[in-house]
Design a protein around this ligand. Structure first.
Ligand SMILES: [Zn+2]
Ligand SMILES: [Zn+2]
Ligand SMILES: [Zn+2]
Ligand SMILES: [Zn+2]
Length: 710
């Protein structure tokens, strides 16, 4: 067993005798610059001795025999027509099969070419070398799985697997099988013309196939049978140049895109134009309404800068956090990291996973919390070269720029980038010294792992290099600051599924959203946040007056927790004293909130006198019916009319949107109309408002994935 982080830290501290230990711990102070503390730690021989993680390997590594075993199991299941189960076995076989050595890694940030044109069509070309059969388990497993996918009508995934089988050296004499399957997919996808061209080219190429007469005859029959399925397009344009062996592998199965807002804030495009970034000394940067905002408006839509998947979660793509439904494309080197698509695999391998793969066993063995892995991810997404350049520049910005403009790029825009991440709060000054000691220690361990990876510290041409002491201090300090940042800005990513009548919420990872991070906490938030895969959106929960603050909850609410307890939790986790309206007014818990509604004055928002129904401050009388003229200018209302309206809305809400059933715009309108009515005329908090907000939350959870993130 490898040592955990806590064990390494203990070992490190036990290396000092008597008061030496106090001297070490005393060097970590909230007032000191991080770079000084990091430099100090890097200068301690004890740190290098005890905080360097030992060699560590995965329990299961790529293994051709194991892969072949699962492939055989898959075939046995398929013989019994258990297609879905067979598919799982083939996926396991693909995961375990050794992959051919990769071409030199592309430079960070550059995508590896998928080699669209390197192998000519037809697939029976005699020029290429044939792999010996023992090494072919990977391509055979992909081919097997493509057959399952064809049966399950998962055509784009089937095409991709065919492409991968061909790419990984599927035996030439059997390739007619894949070509038939490929053509069937094209036909099913209404691309008959391409299918005809493919089949005709394959039939023509059969002559050069290195195999016996019987196989040739079989191949011909098989291809002709599919050819007969193409009735519509009898003739073809031969030798269509668009075919290459990897062409099907390039077929996109799905794409996850975070949509754009209709009216975006020009200087912070993740925000709606109804919201802007404001700054005060007391609040720091925060979000403010630029106009009156109604409940149910989309205020922020943002893709994460970085995300990490919780290590114990299964069934989810490591890159885009989509449910991969068991049809995985594994990392070519390890048996742990899996992707939903080739695109995700390529994106991960061209940035962070390239660096993290060799140290994966250590990262798991150390038992590092998600926010530490997120901090590492922020760094591994960058190349060393870029990080070094950015860090020097950003450090200068902290000293020279006004705090209100931190994070803005050269065009004065606030966008998701390393810069906006770098300028997020670390709350260093408010933290206990022990926090800083721990952050420095974990950053030191991560630094050692980056060196061990051999793929992070690279020179100009991408060749591995030995970092200087200054380089180590720079990267270590960056890691340390990101660890602090990730604890107070990381957003838990949830998966919401409905099983029968129940809704299951499962934490699947942690993400960093630079714009969303600017929203302050409130124990009675004005907006709600939903995460979906690597995207997030924020929607208003209540009426927010122009100039009012847009807030979200960091996980504690006045409904379920006393103020003292809430403040302690927020202090510990986020290092601030909550002074939201619920804390200021020490609002009651949900169970103690009264059931009845109290009407308020439109001018001063104070409760009306329950007997006279007048406002004591403004002397406005709400106890007489409105004249026609008055009804047009609404600075007053007649209490009976409003109570009637509220009662009607309550009934409609109870019947048609509590809980939501259809998750459509009609339901949302009922919910939001109700919230607007209550916000305008009644005193907050009330039980009913929270019930309605709850419905809006629920509505959003199921509406957004289907309608917004597609
Ligand atoms: Zn994915
Ligand atoms: Zn890997
Ligand atoms: Zn509060
Ligand atoms: Zn008043």
């Amino acid at each position: 067993m490898s040592k955990t982080l806590a064990e390494l830290t203990d070992k490190f501290l036990s290396g000092f005798e008597g008061c030496a230990i106090m001297e070490v711990v005393d060097s970590f102070r909230s007032k000191k610059p991080l770079v000084e503390m990091m430099s100090f730690l890097l200068g301690l021989p004890e740190a290098h001795l005890h905080l360097t993680p030992a060699e560590c390997r995965w329990e299961e590594e790529k293994n051709a025999n194991a892969a072949e075993h699962y492939r055989a199991l898959g075939n046995a299941l398929y013989d019994r027509r258990l297609t879905a189960q067979a598919l799982q076995m083939f996926s396991t076989s693909i995961l375990l099969a050794p992959h051919p050595p990769r071409r030199p890694y592309p430079a960070a940030g550059e995508k590896e070419s998928l080699g669209g044109s390197e192998t000519p069509f037809p697939p029976f070309s005699t020029e290429e070398e044939e792999e010996d059969e023992g090494k072919q388990v990977l391509s055979l497993a992909y081919a097997n799985r493509s057959a399952m996918l064809l049966e399950l009508k998962r055509y784009p995934a089937c095409l991709r697997d065919i492409g991968l089988a061909l790419r990984f050296g599927y035996p030439k004499r059997l390739r007619y099988k894949l070509v038939s399957r490929w053509a069937r997919c094209l036909i099913a996808l209404d691309r008959e013309k391409e299918a005809v061209a493919l089949l005709d080219a394959a039939l023509e190429g059969l002559g050069s196939l290195p195999c016996d007469e019987l196989t040739l005859a079989n191949a011909k029959v098989s291809l002709l049978m599919v050819r007969q399925l193409c009735r519509k397009a009898a003739s073809s344009s031969k030798g269509s140049p668009s075919f290459s062996l990897s062409a099907p592998a390039l077929a996109k199965e799905r794409e996850f895109k975070v949509p754009k807002l209709k009216n975006e804030n020009r200087s912070a495009p993740a925000l709606s134009s109804a919201v802007k970034v404001a700054y005060t000394r007391a609040k720091g940067r925060h979000l403010v309404a630029t106009r009156d905002i109604n409940p149910g408006e989309l205020l922020c839509v943002e893709k994460s800068f970085a995300t990490v998947l919780d290590s114990e979660v299964t069934g989810i793509c490591s890159h885009c956090l989509a449910d991969h439904k068991g049809i995985v494309i594994p990392c070519p080197e390890c048996t742990v990291v899996m992707f939903c698509s080739l695109e995700c695999q390529q994106e991960a391998l061209s940035s962070y996973h390239r660096v993290e793969c060799p140290i994966g066993p250590n990262l798991t063995g150390l038992g590092l919390p998600a926010h530490v892995l997120l901090a590492l991810r922020i760094v591994t997404k960058m190349s060393f070269k870029k990080l070094k350049k950015a860090d020097l520049q950003l450090r200068k910005e902290v000293e020279t720029r006004k705090p209100a403009t931190l994070g803005l790029n050269g065009e004065d825009k606030y966008v998701s980038s390393y810069r906006s991440v770098y300028h997020l709060n670390t709350n260093q000054a408010q933290r206990p010294d022990l926090d800083l000691f721990n952050a420095c220690v974990v950053a030191f361990v991560l630094l050692k792992l980056l060196q061990k990876s051999g793929r992070f510290f690279c020179g100009e041409e991408g060749q591995p290099c030995t970092p200087s002491h200054e380089d180590l201090v720079l990267v270590g300090t960056a890691l340390c600051s990101h660890v602090l940042r990730a604890t107070c800005n990381g957003l838990t990513i949830m998966n919401h599924t409905r099983v029968l009548e129940k809704t299951l919420h499962v934490e699947i990872g942690l993400g960093l959203f630079p714009t969303l991070s600017l929203a302050n906490h409130s124990c009675d938030p004005t907006a709600t946040v939903l995460t979906y895969q690597t995207g997030s959106l924020m929607m208003s929960l209540s009426f927010i007056q122009k100039g009012g603050e847009v807030t979200r909850s960091y996980g504690v609410s006045h409904l379920h927790m006393e103020r003292k307890e809430r403040r302690a939790l927020l202090q510990e986790g986020y290092h601030f004293l909550c002074d939201c309206r619920a804390c200021k007014g020490d609002w009651p818990l949900f169970k103690d909130i009264s059931n009845s509604l109290t009407l308020i004055c439109l001018k001063c928002s104070q409760p009306l006198c329950p007997l006279s129904l007048q406002c004591r401050n403004c002397k406005i009388d709400y106890n007489k019916p409105l004249t026609k003229k008055e009804a047009k200018v609404s600075n007053r209302y007649f209490w009976m009319e409003i109570l009637h309206k509220v009662e009607t809305a309550k009934l409609e809400f109870a019947f048609s949107a509590n809980p939501p059933v259809n998750y459509d715009e009609d339901e949302k309108k009922v919910i939001c109309d109700m919230l607007r009515l209550l916000a305008k005329y009644t005193k907050h908090p009330t039980k009913i408002v929270h019930a309605v907000r709850n419905s809006l939350d629920l509505w959003l959870m199921f509406w957004a994935p289907a309608n917004y993130f597609r």
